[in-house]
Write a new protein. Structure first.
Length: 111
């Protein structure tokens, strides 16, 4: 086998090894994402229970306020929780953001 072919084969083997590493990382990350999504869903279910079944009158307001404070992406949560909070008169989506305004203005361009 020529030196050129050996170098090419080595590069192909390196690419294949890199691709396997990427696939392993993506699979591991995907498993962790699924684990975290399940945990998030469990927590949302617990909050829904507080709002709907435990009779806590302030739960919906407190949760809606916390969502805004922590900038929670409520679109990732189960709709039962969001619906329960909104039925009690509290808006949770979209969160309100303060507009960013600069303190200065360009008055004149001298060039």
């Amino acid at each position: 086998m020529s030196t050129t072919n050996t170098n090419m084969n080595e590069r192909v083997r390196e690419i294949a090894a890199i691709q396997r590493q990427i696939a392993d990382l993506l699979n591991a990350a995907g498993a962790k994402v699924r684990e975290l999504e399940i945990a998030m869903s469990d927590k949302a279910n617990e909050l829904e229970d507080l709002v709907t079944r435990r009779g806590n009158r302030n739960a919906a307001a407190e949760i809606a306020e916390a969502f805004a404070e922590y900038r929670v992406n409520t679109g990732e949560l189960n709709s039962r929780l969001i619906d329960a909070i909104e039925r009690r008169g509290h808006a949770v989506f979209p969160p309100e953001y303060e507009p960013i305004r600069s303190d200065w203005k360009l008055v004149e361009n001298m060039f």
